[in-house]
Ligand binder design. Structure first.
Ligand SMILES: [Zn+2]
Length: 297
């Protein structure tokens, strides 16, 4: 009898998995939860943290990355989101630059989650948030890795997966935005660019190839982070803007939106669509939105 029940349960599970994996959409519930038939999908989750950045990336080699972590009250929601994705570790944690809308919750996340490596730019500030982050890293007996142009994070030929830091080339201590770590991920024929809050001053120093299919638009869509020359060089098909509803800065700027529209680029905004997920199987890209917000929970 017990064996019969077990067979029944297994059959039901298999039927459920088959139904879910054969759906058009691989997204269920309030988070995009993928069933990995072969583990070869990249998912870039642009978490809605209001006026700030936090991007959780499930890499096709099975590892994960978190770029930025919103303000100091987003930590618990970000961790819950990651756990609900079925993940229990952030292999690569990146703070693009030491402003509170990017590293606000990073100390909390370091204290409360399993972390592989931590990358920060070589730019210091004496804010409470930044000092707490360094303290949390030290307490875990970890060392911050210097995130600068030329640092290779992953070089996985087997999966055609390459993760590189392409900026900052120099450090502009007067403007922390211009110390932003810029990351490029290449997976198969697809590519993703994450630009933090880098402005024109930093962008013009970048010598690496910035072309990418998917662009996390710099500095919440501000005009100074998306000059025409940069948009031309990236030439994105998909642009994601991480920005707060009715923010005080007028982000995103109409100039930025026009430049992206003129490129024929699809634009997705977290203030309109909440959390946005872009997936890549190495060839095709897919965008889904409307997932759980970290901001207004
Ligand atoms: Zn910012």
């Amino acid at each position: 009898m017990k064996i019969k029940r077990l067979i029944c349960a297994v059959a039901l599970c298999l039927a459920a998995i088959f139904t879910l994996s054969s759906c058009d959409s691989l997204f269920i519930f309030d988070i995009p939860r993928l069933y990995y038939p072969n583990g070869k999908t990249l998912v870039s989750h642009y978490l809605d943290v209001g006026q700030g950045d936090s991007i959780f990336i499930e890499l096709p080699n099975g590892e994960t990355m978190l770029i930025d972590s919103g303000e100091n009250y987003h930590g618990a929601s970000i961790i819950k989101y990651i756990e609900d994705c079925g993940r229990d570790k952030i292999d690569y944690l990146v703070g693009t630059h030491p402003h509170s809308d990017h590293i606000g919750s990073m100390a909390y996340i370091v204290r409360n989650f399993d972390i592989g490596s931590v990358y920060l730019p070589n730019a210091s500030t004496n804010t409470y948030t930044y000092e707490k982050l360094l303290e949390a890293v030290k307490k875990k007996k970890m060392k911050v890795k210097n995130g600068k142009a030329g640092v290779n994070i992953l070089n996985d030929e087997e999966n055609s997966l390459y993760v590189n830091i392409i900026a900052p080339v120099d450090t502009d201590v007067k403007n922390l935005n211009n110390t932003s770590i810029i990351i490029k991920i290449e997976y198969g024929e697809t590519s993703f660019l994450y630009t933090g809050d880098a402005e024109t001053g930093e962008l013009k120093t970048v010598t690496a190839d910035v072309s990418a299919d998917v662009l996390k638009v710099g500095h919440h869509g501000s005009d100074t982070s998306s000059p025409q020359s940069f948009i031309d060089a990236v030439n994105p098909k998909i642009a994601v803007i991480s920005v707060g509803e009715d923010n005080d800065y007028g982000h995103p700027s109409t100039k930025t939106l026009k430049r992206l529209e003129n490129k024929g680029c699809e634009i997705y905004r977290t203030d309109e669509l909440q959390t946005i997920a872009v997936t890549s199987d190495g060839i095709n890209l897919d965008v889904k939105s409307g997932f759980r917000t970290m901001e207004r929970e």
